[in-house]
Design a protein around this ligand. Structure first.
Ligand code: ME8
Length: 537
């Protein structure tokens, strides 16, 4: 976790969250997908010079965690501590996730505030006591409606099973506290209508709107059949329903009822990143809880699609044995961060395959991008002893490269920074990489170098300066996606000495031409994307 240095900047922060993940098991590719997307989004906004707050964390209460801990012969707290320290935090560090905070729902800073929030709703008559009996899926930690269940087959024949987890539901009968969710339907629909970008993508929005139109039921917000949760403050025989507890992390982590200044400058989130499975909790229950408290609603709930393996949603039970670390040790962390956002349109489902990753790595990262960087540095080395030459502005071909960079910056900034179209933004940058490759192939600097006339020498300088400046722009644009290789390129261009730290370069200035001064030392640095080893067995 690194500080953003944004504390001094004042004003509102661009606040992005991931789901807080269940600690019943170690993180898998699906969790990493959402978290990397949030990291790229927040790094992008930091690179714009904005103040940013990026939050992730873990969801540690509820029956699912309790049962896993029991099965492993430890207390739920011991289980959670172990998983957080040994699996979750280390993976985020490994993947270079630059979160500003990591909230755990067992922390006092969270549990105290959850009790206050719920007590407040109770005092406002938003919560009442009632009875409920219905099918409950522990995997989802949610009561199900009969229409949401499937008929079991095979070992589950004759039972009703959860459509998501494919395991039998349990019939739970409880006396619970209920939140008057049913009263919020009209106000939610109004909000969706007035804010068309509130739920992304469009298909997810339609699903939520249709669901709310059918009418909402009140929500059971307490449990009394187990005790691993935050006690209901006015009735300690009950614990607060894990989803109410969990959703509140987005408020408690930024100072709700504790640090008004922090809360004011951060809350509500600009973007809650979620998977499709938990969209309804975020797009219906969470805004209704906020409306009930008179708190402002978030800017956007953006749902990513499923990472699939072999045609099925990747989950803890069908991982096919591939861990994020298996991929990073083969492809490297930067390529890993890039691949899923590049290969799958955000919001759509997408299949992962080792073959597809290898093919894209080799053609787009190693051949298109890596080779461009090493060729340019090698030629500046060979023809100018590694000193970037003086140049003039060139002609039509150079103008086309400058225009190409402007286009890449404009498109990538809109797509990644605003629309969360990571694939579109990355493609815009890589189209520019291709354009620069094409420019070099056409200009044939290795032939121009043989022309010893003053004109020939001027032309050679122009080509290599143009290509180096183009790479400077690429390093800035790719920094949020692939920070390590961007830094290597930055160093190879000698840009750190000439222009300062890569993180301080602004997206909006990236297309300003002529930033690398003549005389800068260009070195052939480390290979950005080494050839892949054989696929491990
Ligand atoms: O639902 N493809 O936690 P969780 C894409 N604790 N994304 C995936 C994925 C896949 N195959 N599998 C998981 C919870 N994800 C609650 C959240 S928030 C207040 C509480 C990602 O550990 C995706 O973001 O089950 C999904 O929503 C999340 O992991 C679910 O994580």
């Amino acid at each position: 976790m690194a500080a953003t240095g944004s504390e001094e900047q004042g004003g509102r922060a661009y606040y992005v969250t991931t789901p807080i993940y269940y600690v019943n098991d170690a993180p898998h590719l699906g969790h990493a997908y959402t978290t990397v997307a949030g990291d790229v989004l927040t790094r992008w906004h930091r690179q714009r010079g904005e103040k940013v707050w990026y939050l992730t964390g873990t969801d540690e209460h509820g029956q699912k965690i309790m049962r896993t801990a029991e099965a492993n012969g430890v207390t739920p707290q011991e289980w959670a501590d172990k998983l957080v320290d040994e699996a979750w935090r280390p993976l985020w560090e490994h993947l270079e996730i630059k979160n500003d905070d990591f909230i755990r729902t067992t922390e006092k800073r969270h549990t105290d505030r959850v009790q206050e929030f719920v007590q407040d709703l109770f005092d406002k008559d938003e919560i009442y006591k009632g009875g409920y009996e219905g099918p409950y899926c522990v995997g989802c930690e949610e009561y199900k409606l009969p229409g949401e269940l499937l008929e079991g087959e095979g070992e589950f024949a004759g039972l009703k099973i959860c459509a998501i987890h494919k395991t039998p539901v349990e019939i739970l009968k409880e006396e619970n506290y209920f939140f008057k969710l049913s009263e919020y339907g009209p106000r939610l629909l109004e909000h969706y209508e007035a804010n068309p970008g509130f739920i992304q993508p469009e298909s997810a929005r339609n699903e939520v709107v249709n669901f709310v139109r059918q009418g909402l039921q009140d929500l059971s917000i307490s449990r009394s059949t187990f005790d691993w949760g935050v006690p209901v403050p006015w009735d300690e025989k009950h614990v607060i329903y894990v989803w109410i507890d969990a959703l509140l992390n987005y408020a408690t982590a930024v100072g709700y009822n504790e640090n008004p200044a922090k809360f004011e400058e951060t809350f509500p989130a600009d973007v809650h990143l979620v998977g499709k499975d938990i969209l309804r909790f975020h797009a219906i229950i969470w805004p209704a809880m906020l409306l009930a408290q008179g708190l402002p609603l978030p800017g956007k709930i953006a749902a990513n699609g499923w990472l699939m393996v072999g045609g099925e949603k990747m989950s803890k039970s069908n991982l096919t044995g591939i861990k994020p670390q298996d991929l990073t040790s083969h492809f490297g962390v930067d390529a890993y961060r890039w691949y899923f956002l590049r290969a799958i349109a955000f919001g759509q489902d997408g299949s992962f395959s080792w073959e597809d990753f290898s093919a894209r790595y080799t053609s787009e990262l190693a051949n298109d991008y890596g080779n461009l960087a090493s060729r340019v540095a090698a030629m500046v080395g060979k023809y100018y002893g590694g000193t970037l030459p003086e140049t003039n502005s060139g002609g039509v071909a150079e103008q086309a490269v400058r225009d190409g960079l402007i286009k890449a910056v404009t498109e990538a900034d809109r797509k990644i920074g605003e629309e969360l179209d990571f694939q579109g933004g990355i493609l815009a940058i890589f189209d520019f990489v291709k354009q620069v490759n094409g420019y070099i192939t056409e200009q044939e600097p290795w032939k121009v170098a043989k022309d010893t006339s003053a004109e020939g020498q001027a032309a050679l300088a122009t080509i290599l300066y143009t290509a180096s400046e183009a790479l400077r722009g690429v390093a800035v644009l790719l920094n949020p996606v692939m920070p390590d290789t961007s830094q290597k390129l930055w160093d190879s261009l000698g840009a750190e000495d000439a222009l300062g730290a890569l993180a301080d370069q602004r997206i909006q200035d990236a297309a300003t031409w002529g930033q690398l001064p003549a005389g800068t030392t260009v070195t052939k640095g480390a290979v950005l994307f080494p050839r892949l080893e054989e696929k491990p067995a």
